[in-house]
Design a protein around this ligand. Structure first.
Ligand SMILES: *[C@@H]1O[C@H](CO)[C@@H](O)[C@H](O)[C@H]1NC(C)=O
Ligand SMILES: *[C@@H]1O[C@H](CO)[C@@H](O)[C@H](O)[C@H]1NC(C)=O
Ligand SMILES: *[C@@H]1O[C@H](CO)[C@@H](O)[C@H](O)[C@H]1NC(C)=O
Ligand SMILES: *[C@@H]1O[C@H](CO)[C@@H](O)[C@H](O)[C@H]1NC(C)=O
Ligand SMILES: *[C@@H]1O[C@H](CO)[C@@H](O)[C@H](O)[C@H]1NC(C)=O
Ligand SMILES: *[C@@H]1O[C@H](CO)[C@@H](O)[C@H](O)[C@H]1NC(C)=O
Ligand SMILES: *[C@@H]1O[C@H](CO)[C@@H](O)[C@H](O)[C@H]1NC(C)=O
Ligand SMILES: *[C@@H]1O[C@H](CO)[C@@H](O)[C@H](O)[C@H]1NC(C)=O
Ligand SMILES: *[C@@H]1O[C@H](CO)[C@@H](O)[C@H](O)[C@H]1NC(C)=O
Ligand SMILES: *[C@@H]1O[C@H](CO)[C@@H](O)[C@H](O)[C@H]1NC(C)=O
Length: 440
């Protein structure tokens, strides 16, 4: 057994080669950093004199200050039948990338890293030389430093649409071959309180890559709902040794609620028509007002309220008859257009019309009161309060009411009869002149 305390150095195509005589090792990375829970690959190759037949590789980890690691520092021995055992702490965590020693590839992967794995790693190759057991230990070492995990899982979220099934995937960081991590999903509803998505299902799978590494993936499948919009989902990975890493993502769910129209739809002439059309949706909907049958958009004041609600307010000052009719609010959301209709009616004061008046022929009094208005007015005759016997005929055409009253009066002395018209917007009183007719 011989050791090369001072190695000669040379530079190969992929790293520094250190030789003593015809025994060389190439450690392409002298300093490696890795993260707890994950793994590290120490790339390594060697060459030897022709008369030496390599059989096994041994890796040690010891204090950097120590001149050469000892047998108690073994972390890996490719000979399973030797009594030179690897430290229990490394048991099952170290493996060679290439098991055929004749390939002179001494690279190893150390899985399930802990911060205590930080240190200085040294290689020894054992074999036969001139039919005698022999071996050589290289003084060149590799320094590995293991830090707390920084890498986060990768969460992939497809476009979420209300009412549709969606599958989120979470991929654990690192391409290693160690223990299978535990992957859990948690959902935080509105207000950040931990809750759960009803009817969800999860699945776990491990993909083998390039022979010696694996990728661990968990999926979460559920039906999206509007209530999930702006809530968060966390994917947490737990490696052996209590190392955890997590990623939190906000869910954006495409949804749209019904189109709502608010405001007073019957307006008095000259007043303000003020209608608001609002839609709660994500992403915001494009809202327009049109007046049927015109196809042009009316001018509106559009706002985006909190709570994902967009609105368009239509304000018409000094309303005239032209402003009455059917209006339509259209909300364009993604590739859908939702509509809602509203009928605007104009109300006006009652007006007692020409053609109203009374005729007294002997003791038969006939009065006609014609009034127009919207809503339709009702006509009252104060005179009738003193009478029980009369006939009253009311006819309606469009917005006009014709109220004709006939009664018998004895000694009617008044020259006028009052007609009162009221439609809720106002009252009009008029004293109708009594025209006296004599004779037959
Ligand atoms: C050692 O073997 C591994 C696995 O086959 C390979 O990826 C790596 O490149 C090899 N290293 C050298 C130095 O040949
Ligand atoms: C999935 O549903 C189960 C109950 O079936 C629940 O315990 C878990 O928290 C849910 N997961 C999520 C992410 O909501
Ligand atoms: C989304 O949630 C965040 C935090 O809970 C909150 O500050 C924000 O206002 C919400 N946004 C919407 C559009 O609801
Ligand atoms: C229209 O109505 C809204 C809500 O009632 C009100 O805030 C706004 O001031 C009104 N606009 C006009 C011009 O009257
Ligand atoms: C947001 O909208 C939902 C449903 O439309 C409603 O229940 C909730 O009260 C609204 N929140 C606020 C702050 O307006
Ligand atoms: C309202 O419209 C009528 C008819 O067009 C017009 O005569 C009147 O001056 C208008 N009033 C106001 C306050 O604009
Ligand atoms: C609005 O008026 C139209 C006819 O002018 C009628 O067909 C429709 O049913 C009315 N809609 C409402 C909501 O009153
Ligand atoms: C109603 O009668 C008055 C007075 O006779 C007249 O000035 C007015 O023009 C008439 N109105 C109509 C609509 O006929
Ligand atoms: C009712 O109004 C319509 C439209 O304003 C008009 O064409 C029609 O002649 C009116 N009918 C009567 C009986 O006045
Ligand atoms: C009002 O009604 C009476 C009775 O129905 C009728 O004789 C009269 O001609 C009507 N007047 C008008 C202006 O329609």
């Amino acid at each position: 057994m011989f050791i090369f305390p001072f190695a000669l150095t040379g530079v190969s195509a992929w790293g520094q080669q250190h030789c003593v005589g015809r025994y060389c090792v190439t450690l392409s990375e002298r300093e490696l950093t890795a993260e707890a829970g994950l793994c590290v690959v120490i790339p390594c190759s060697f060459t030897n004199a022709d008369e030496f037949k390599p059989q096994h590789v041994v890796w040690y980890k010891c204090e950097a200050a120590k001149h050469s690691c000892s047998e108690t520092d073994i972390i890996f021995h490719s000979n399973k039948n030797t009594d030179k055992k690897a430290q229990a702490a490394f048991e099952g965590r170290v493996s060679r990338l290439e098991t055929d020693v004749s390939q002179k590839n001494c690279s190893i992967i150390i899985n399930d890293l802990k911060e205590s794995d930080s240190g200085s790693y040294q290689l020894r190759v054992t074999g036969e030389r001139n039919e005698q057991q022999d071996g050589f230990t290289f003084s060149q070492r590799v320094t590995v430093s293991v830090k707390g995990i920084k890498q986060k899982p990768t969460v992939m979220i497809p476009t979420l649409t209300e009412g549709q099934q969606a599958t989120l995937t979470c991929t654990a960081p690192g391409l290693c071959s160690g223990s299978v991590p535990e992957i859990t999903w948690t959902w935080r509803g509105a207000g950040g309180t931990e809750s759960y998505i009803t009817g969800n299902s999860t699945d776990f799978k491990t993909e083998n890559l390039m022979g010696f590494t694996q990728r661990h993936i968990s999926t979460l499948t559920f039906k999206s709902s509007a209530e999930q919009h702006n809530t968060t989902v966390t994917c947490k990975i737990r490696f052996t040794g209590e190392t955890t890493t997590e990623e939190t993502s906000t869910l954006k769910v495409n949804y749209v609620k019904e189109v709502k129209i608010t405001g007073v739809t019957s307006v008095r002439e000259g007043n303000v028509l003020n209608l608001t059309c609002s839609v709660e949706s994500f992403p915001p909907a494009h809202i327009v007002w049109k007046k049927v049958p015109s196809n042009t958009n009316l001018q509106t004041r559009n706002t985006d309220l909190h709570n994902n609600t967009g609105s368009a307010t239509l304000v018409t000052l000094n309303v005239t008859a032209e402003n009455s009719g059917q209006y339509i609010c259209m909300a364009k959301h993604l590739d859908k257009t939702l509509t809602s209709y509203v009928n605007v009616t104009l109300t006006w004061h009652t007006k007692i019309q020409n053609g109203s008046g009374c005729v007294l022929q002997s003791d038969a009094l006939t009065c006609v009161c014609i009034s127009e208005g919207f809503p339709l007015p009702t006509i009252k005759w104060p005179l009738l309060e003193d009478h029980t016997q009369y006939t009253l005929i009311t006819t309606v055409s469009n917005h006009t009411v014709n109220s004709t009253v006939s009664l018998t009066v004895k000694k009617h002395g008044n020259s006028t009869v009052e007609c009162v018209s009221n439609n809720g917007n106002g009252e009009e009183r008029e004293n109708l002149l009594v025209q006296k007719k004599h004779g037959v």
